[in-house]
Design a binder for this molecule. Structure first.
Ligand SMILES: Nc1ncnc2c1ncn2[C@@H]1O[C@H](COP(=O)(O)OP(=O)(O)OP(=O)(O)O)[C@@H](O)[C@H]1O
Ligand SMILES: [Mg+2]
Length: 403
């Protein structure tokens, strides 16, 4: 359970503690190690169970609670303290921070704030080294033009990642007008992104999971709205909250973006851990990659998350050579997926993912490896791009582009 934060909670109010517990139990990244209803017993509980995080609710008796925060700082320095309070009094916040609290969460606690605080605490944990980050990996799949293979990659990458029982994976179709991720998975969903976005403040984790459609591969799908006009009902704020809730519930989130680069797509790009920019090796696509990278430069941190993926490598239609393509876009190609039109059309028309339809095909294996590489923080991306560039035989399949 290296990816999990162990947490102990103290709150003398049973109902408030239960509310927090329900929220915490829905989080994949949290293991609830202990709960306690008395401030005076909590230091012992922490000493015995040694959790990564101590969550202290201040409201029942702020003075007692703040003394406890101070005491834990000395007796259990490796336990990061988060405090929760219904008061937003600046003096109380200051006292909590001075006592040694790492984070102050105002009540009612919003899930996305809790997750963000947990992620910050997890990042600051001593001895974390390069261990896998707690929290969700968000992979946004964007395209350099229409029909470049974005949905094929998003759906099949999601199904491949969902094969690992340690992973829980959700796919969100952000192509709000014409998205077809549901067709690729041959599902007729009950609810769509617009239902979830409109009810996001009322949803808990159980309801959220029930609003998504689970495919036999294990992948959960949140599809585009049914009616074209419903797209307008989703605001960037809603979208941010939906991502917060999904990130708190799933280990992996795949976002299939529209080609409109709308404000909602931009929210997705900002939420992403990795942005896969899918292109083919032709001039219009590569020119768009250059334009998109230029625009992404305006958003802090975005350009660094982009990984250029060449789809349909080896397609015999006068493709531009890999070296020339890399020169044109001014960066390395992170991955190449081979051209296999027959298999790809079959999986789409049958509504069956690659791992089921053609598990041994080179395209399937390449997508599985892409998922493993993206989510395996031990491997250096530099090593990978080197092997792609040089074409040396390595464990990553190389599909050479024509010179
Ligand atoms: N590696 C591949 N080899 C051959 N054909 C492919 C490959 N990847 C995708 N395709 C085919 O390309 C077509 C477009 O794919 P897809 O719908 O995934 O693209 P998209 O970028 O999501 O399109 P849109 O812009 O409509 O959303 C499909 O017919 C699909 O089967
Ligand atoms: Mg698509």
């Amino acid at each position: 359970m290296t990816n999990v934060l162990r947490l102990a909670i103290v709150d003398p109010s049973d109902s408030a503690r239960d509310g927090l517990k329900t929220m915490l139990l829905g989080l994949d990244m949290i293991w609830l190690e202990a709960e306690c209803s008395r401030y005076e017993f909590f230091a012992d509980v922490v000493a015995q169970t040694n959790p990564d995080i101590g969550l202290i609710s201040l409201d029942a008796d702020p003075d007692k609670a703040l003394k406890l925060v101070e005491q834990l700082g000395m007796s259990s320095p490796n336990c990061a303290i988060l405090v929760v309070s219904g008061s937003t009094d600046g003096t109380l916040i200051l006292r909590a921070m001075r006592a040694g609290a790492k984070e102050f969460l105002p009540k009612p606690v919003r899930i996305e704030d809790l997750v963000a605080a947990l992620e910050r605490v997890s990042d600051r944990r001593p001895g974390r080294g390069d261990a896998r980050k707690a929290g969700s990996a968000v992979i946004a799949v964007a395209g350099a033009t229409g029909g470049v293979g974005t949905t094929s990659i998003a759906v099949n990458l999601g199904c491949a990642l969902a094969q690992d029982p340690k992973n829980s994976v959700a796919l969100v179709d952000l192509d709000l007008s014409l998205g077809d991720a549901d067709v690729f998975l041959d599902t007729i969903p009950d609810y769509t992104l617009v239902d979830v976005a409109q009810n996001v403040t009322r949803l808990d984790f159980a309801l959220l999971k029930r609003s998504l459609t689970k495919h036999s591969s294990g992948l959960f799908l949140l599809p585009r709205p049914v009616q074209l006009e419903d797209s307008k009902l989703i605001t960037p704020d809603d979208m941010q909250r939906v991502f917060g809730l999904l990130k708190a519930t799933f280990t992996h989130l795949i976002l299939d973006l529209s080609k409109g680069y709308t404000p909602l797509d931009m929210v997705a790009l900002e939420a992403a851990t990795h942005v896969l920019l899918v292109t083919q090796l032709d001039l219009p696509c590569l020119r768009n990659v250059v334009r998109l990278l230029q625009s992404f430069g305006e958003v802090p941190g975005l350009k660094d998350k982009v990984k250029v993926i060449v789809n349909r490598a080896g397609l015999d239609n006068g493709q531009i050579g890999l070296k020339k393509a890399q020169e044109t876009i001014g960066r390395e190609i992170y991955w190449q997926l081979p051209n296999d039109y027959r298999t790809m059309v079959e999986v789409r028309n049958n509504g069956v993912p690659l791992i089921e339809q053609s598990p041994k095909a080179a395209i399937t294996q390449s997508i599985i490896q892409l998922g493993l590489t993206l989510c395996d923080h031990e491997k250096s991306p530099d090593d990978l791009t080197d092997s792609v560039r040089t074409g040396k035989k390595s464990w990553i399949p190389f599909f050479g582009a024509k010179k």
